[in-house]
Design a binder for this molecule. Sequence first.
Ligand code: CP
Length: 331
Amino acid sequence: MSKQNPQLDAQGNLKHFLTTEGLSRDLLTDILDQAEGFLGVAQQAVKKVPLCRGKVIANLFFETSTRTRTTFELAAKRLSADVLNLNISTSATAKGETLLDTLRNLEAMHVDMFVVRHATSGAAHFIAAHADPHVSVINAGDGRHAHPTQAMLDMFTIRRHKQDFSRLRVAIVGDIMHSRVARSQILALKTLGVPEVRVIAPSTLMPNGIEEAFGVRAYHDLREGVRDVDVIIMLRIQHERMNSSLLPSEHEYFRLFGLTEERLSTAQPDAIVMHPGPINRGVEMDSQVADGPRSVILEQVSNGIAVRMAVMSMCIGTQNLKSQPQGDVDG
Ligand code: CP
């Protein structure tokens, strides 16, 4: 593995995808370009390509998920991989088996890739550090730390609507403090050349020193923060990661930080509205906005399949799209 970045192999190719931190603009752009190539697979009569045929991919979700788990599974199946979905609640983890023992047992079944979601920050890095050398690890969200494929599907969605990152103003609104998504998005947006990233939150949900640490502008007023922006990314209130109540009430939060049609009107007329999901309607945003013409929330979900196909095939080292047959391939 490269000394520079533990996610890269000795040739500088993606081996694991654990965080958007420290990856080059070229590599992030390569993920987006590869994902463009995979969008068409959904339109084929048989939605499969053979890039990961013969590979075994294990989904290890130690935390709840709807979108990430299912789109990873679909992406792996579209790449023709064999997929293991470990049900943690009925697995030996519930009997006290350690993470490493679970890992070793799955490796004994010749797994080639682990897709890991875990409530503990650093869990995916830990697995990558202890896995067999041929095994790749993708972080599907670890604690408050990172959710890199979510960030990349968000970058992909932004690029499809706005083309040029170098002219954008992007606002990220909500629970910045506890959000692994926000952290991964900010790092990716900065690497891809977005000149102005704003974060908007009540002071109890805004990390100290975020402006200096991440090169963003912090706002505590939604109306002011979304003025003239091209992209608004709303975040979920992460009650499960709060040690104490940091909000007076959900009603009060919506009154001050909920996105409504009226507040959206101060953004650019063609601004898009995003949310990684799950949405708390009437808390983070009004249903009129969530289901309105500026919302690209369900597009984000569809794009997640293509982006995850790109990341998985790149990590497994089979992503040569030039040799990719366009027809039905899985016999
Ligand atoms: N965006 C996201 O991670 O959603 P899930 O928790 O449903 O996977």
